[in-house]
Design a protein around this ligand. Sequence first.
Ligand code: FES
Ligand code: FES
Length: 160
Amino acid sequence: MARHLVKLNVNGKDHALVVESTERLLDVLRDRLNLKGVKEGCGTGDCGTCAVIMDGRLVNSCLMLAVQARDKRILTIEGVGTRERLHPVQKALMKYNAAQCGFCIPAMVLAGKNLLDHNPAPSRDDIKQAISGVLCRCTGYYKLIEAIQEAAKEIREVSV
Ligand code: FES
Ligand code: FES
């Protein structure tokens, strides 16, 4: 099996890893960098729970080989907010009690954050579209959408 040196930046930290040709980005993040907030649901690109932000785009890390992430900047939930200072999407999800089992929430936060990074005044349809790739089996989405709307409002107010 061919091996490759891959440099990538994850949550602001540079890494140089030797990976096999077939190694998935999901496995590198979870098993080698210990970023367990990246969840594996389906493993086939359908559920979105493995999503990460790569160079400003939400991507499913189960569908991506680690070699394809060479020289990319990757953000996982571990790089969003801190316990003391949550990201507005995280804060709003708590306020609206929008998480139930929590399995989809890391990817949901990243989907919401990525939307607001590009569009701080999204419509309800924009939000639905932005989170449509992340399946939630628990919440019915209503509170998730409300929470992301609230986070957008907070971000706009802070930036005025
Ligand atoms: Fe990647 Fe479901 S685990 S899309
Ligand atoms: Fe359970 Fe979304 S909160 S899958």
